[in-house]
Write a protein that binds this ligand. Structure first.
Ligand code: F6R
Length: 242
């Protein structure tokens, strides 16, 4: 299903409402969460809505999609830092309810395996929030990632490193590798909402719309999922057929 709104604010409000509804229906839900510019206004809205509704969030479990390898939790560009800054601290989510891939783990392969196993042991996630990269990645699953992948180490594509360079003072500081939840982990989620806003996403959204299910375009795997909503603003939807 596609939902297209005029403004980023409307997109964020709708997406936050979908999350709020899930939390109200199931206060012990497991939520899969994304980072990035697109999600900042979504988390701002969601924090506001959760505060206003005095919703209990203490029983939720959070699983983040990805993390850079080599950045500590205190590094201001780590996804751990981002999540505490934009969401977890603002809701006082207890640390033991938060799962983030550990980009500093000594045994990264083991840490990846354990991450997927934890998700599976809990019976999968109820809700997954996704953004999309300009090359069609979801999480950090870059083009040609196997649809059957579990949490794994990925070498970031040049395109992704350039796109994400805007967050770093110097392009050379952008990590070359990351950990990401796999596409199979994402597909096993009950409900998925992918959000894309801004003109820069118009090309990949049109490609995704027209594409068949193909590992060259990781987000196309979502077309196999029964409950996925693509939430777009007018700019991101600009190249879709009327
Ligand atoms: C980050 C993530 C990525 C981003 C994507 C878009 O946790 O999962 O797939 O969602 O790179 O990033 P922005 O929103 O910054 O354009």
């Amino acid at each position: 299903m596609y939902k297209i709104f005029d403004t980023v604010d409307e997109v964020s409000r709708y997406t936050a409402q979908r999350l709020l509804k899930k939390v109200q229906e199931k206060p012990s839900a497991a939520l899969g969460l994304a980072t990035g510019s697109t999600m900042e206004p979504v988390y701002a809205r969601l924090v506001q809505m959760l505060h206003r509704s005095s919703q209990d969030v203490s029983q939720l479990t959070m699983f983040n999609l990805d993390e850079y390898i080599g950045l500590s939790a205190q590094h201001t560009q780590s996804y751990c830092y981002y999540m505490y800054q934009h969401f977890y601290n603002r809701l006082r989510i207890p640390k033991d309810r938060v799962n983030l891939p550990d980009g500093m783990a000594e045994d990264i392969e083991r840490a990846c395996q354990a991450y997927s196993e934890t998700i599976q042991a809990r019976g999968g996630l109820e809700f997954q929030l996704l953004g999309i990269g300009s090359n069609g990645h979801i999480g950090f699953n870059e083009p040609q990632t196997s649809f059957s992948s579990r949490t794994h180490v990925v070498e970031l594509s040049e395109q992704t490193r350039i796109d994400n360079g805007r967050f770093f003072t110097d392009q050379r500081q952008v990590p070359t590798h990351a950990i990401t939840m796999g596409l199979q982990d994402i597909l096993e989620t009950q409900e998925i909402v992918l959000v894309a806003t801004g003109r820069k996403k118009a090309g990949i959204i049109a490609e995704l719309f027209h594409s068949s299910v193909d590992e060259a375009l990781p987000a196309s795997v979502l077309k196999q999922h029964k409950n996925v909503t693509f939430v777009l603003d007018r700019e991101a939807a600009a190249s879709l057929p009327h």
